[in-house]
Write a protein that binds this ligand. Sequence first.
Ligand code: ATP
Ligand code: MG
Length: 500
Amino acid sequence: MKKTKNLNIASRIAIATLSSIATSIIMITVVVLVFRSLLPDIYGIARVESNSYSLLNQMQWAQTISSINRELTDNTSDEAKQKDLRGITRPIDELGSKIYITKDGELFYSNTDKSAIDAELHELAPNLKDDNIILFGENGLVVQSHTDSDNGSYMINITNTGYTVADSSMQSTLKSFKAFFTGRSGFIIFMALFIILISNLIMSVIASRTITAPIKKLSDGANEIAGGNLDYHIDYDSTNEIGTTVKSINDMTEKLKNLMQTKEEIEQSRKEMTAGIAHDLRTPLTSIKGYVEGLMDGIANTPEKQERYLNTIYSSAKDMENLLDELLTLSRFEEGKIKLEQIRIDIVQFLREYLNERPQDNRAVITFTPPSYKGSLDVMLDPNRFSRVLNNIISNAIKYSSTARKPRIDISLEVYDKSVIIALKDNGIGISDENLKHIFESFYRADQARTRVQDGSGLGLAVCKEIVELHNGHIWATSKEGSGTTMMISLQRYNGEDTK
Ligand code: ATP
Ligand code: MG
C-alpha cells in the first residue's frame, strides 16, 4: 500500500498503459489459442459437410487434405495409418468421393479401384499434370497431392463427380460467415472484445483515480490556505511528486503561521512598550506640572515650602532623565551599537572588589561565599557594564523585598569546566511562574497595574540580559512566591582565546 502510494506519476501512467496493453495481448492470445484448437472441430473446418462450393467448404477441403498428409507422414505403422485414414476420409467418402492413395507407386489405401478413379480423373481434368492441386469444378472435384516422408513417397488422388460450384454465389459465402459469427465463435469474439474494453476502462479509471484524487486534495488544500486558513493541514503522506509538494506547502503554511504569530507578538509588545513609556513619563510630568502651578499660584508661600516644591520638581525631572537614559541604553544595545571593553579578570576577585566599592547601604545584608575551588577563575569582563548588571539585580532584591524580613542577598559561585555561574539569592516576595517567563522583557513588570511607579519601569532586567549576552553569557531566574528569587548568570571561563 505504502509502496504504490509513493509511485511517481510518470510510473503510474506507464504502469497503467502497460497493464492495459498486457491485458489486451493476453486476451487476444487466449482467443487465438481457443480458436486454433477448437475451430477445425467445432466449426466443421476439419469435416467436409457438403458437395457444393463455398469459402467454408474450400477451407474444409484444405483442412481434410492436410489432415490426410499429416497422417501419412506420421511415425506410425501402415496399419494404424490405414485405420486412421478411414476415419479422416469418412465425411468425403459419405459425400461420394473416390479416394486412391499409393505409397511408392503401390496401392496403400482406397475406397475404389484404380480404373474407376482414373476414368473420373480423365473426365474431370483431362490435362492434369503431376501437380499438387485441389480443383473445384462445375461438374466435380479433383484432388492430387504428393507427400514425401522418411517412410515413403505418397500420392493422393480424390475425385467426386457429385460436387459442384454451381451455387458458389456470394449469398452462400455470406451464409456460412453469418453462421460463423452468430454461432459460438461470434460469441467468443464478442466476449473477448467486451472483456478487453471493460478491463481497459477499469485500468484507466484506477489510474486516473490514483493521480487525480491526490491532486484534488492538493488543490482543495491550497484554496483553503489561500483563503487564509493557516491552521489547515493537507493530509497526504507520500514521497512522490505530489507528496513532496504537499509537504512543502504544509511546511510553508506552518512557517507563515509562526511568522504571523511573531509579528503579532512584536506588535503587541511594541504597543505595551509605548503605553509603558507614556505612562512612566506622564507620572513625573504631572507632578512637575502640579508643583510648578503651585509655585506660580503662590501656594508655596514660604521659602521652606518653595524649596520642598523645587526638590520634588527636581527629583521628578531626575526620574524622567533616568528613564530616558535606560531607554536610550536599551535601544543602543538592541541596535548593536554598544561595544564592550572586556578585560581578563578573576571573577572572585572582581566580585570582592565590586562589593567593597559599593556605597554603604544599610537597607540590606549582602554576603558573598567564594567557591572552594583553588585555581584562578578568569573570565573576560567589561567591569563597568557588569557592575551595572549586579546593581540592577541587587536593587531589585531590595525593591521587591518582603516587609516581613530584612532584605538579604547571598551571592555564591558554581564552578564548571568551561563556565562559572554567579547566583544571587534574595529573600524577597518572589515571582509567580507566569511572571517569571517575562521578567527579562523590556517594560515588563509583575505589578502590571504600575501602582508603585517609583519602583521602576521594567527596563532593568532587559538591560541586564543585553549586557550578559554581549559577554556570551546567559541570565535566568528561579523563584518561589513568598520566599525569594535567585538570579543566575553564567559566564564562559577564559580559555586562552579572546572570547570577544
Ligand atoms: P527598573 O529596573 O527599570 O527600574 P523594574 O525593577 O520594575 O524597573 P526589572 O528590573 O526589569 O524592572 O524587573 C522586572 C520585574 O520583575 C519587576 O517589575 C518585578 O516585578 C520583577 N522582579 C525583578 N526582580 C525581582 C526580585 N528579586 N524579586 C521579585 N520580583 C522581581
Ligand atoms: Mg529593576
